[in-house]
Design a binder for this molecule. Sequence first.
Ligand SMILES: [Zn+2]
Length: 107
Amino acid sequence: MLILHCPYCGVDAEESELAPGGEAHLKRFGPGSSDEDFEAYMFARKNPKGVHFERWRHAYGCGKWFLAARCTATLEVFGTYKAQNPRPHPDIVAAVKAKRPGWEGWK
Ligand SMILES: [Zn+2]
């Protein structure tokens, strides 16, 4: 079972307490953007087998959104952090690189 640490309330929440929110760190495009940028924002998502950065909501806890770095193949969690961060915390990037030496990095 997937267990994620909520960085707001400090609870280690089981998957049944969480709601998935898709890929993290999307660059948003709205009115005035090109059709290609808007289409990519609306529909194009990464779906890697391996390290992935995701949005999760502690739905049956504090209700807040947070971000998680985990491996989609093994469910190994590298860390979680608050949703206001525009990029993964350096400690989480370091944790991923330590466990996945061939990882090409974030973005
Ligand atoms: Zn929480």
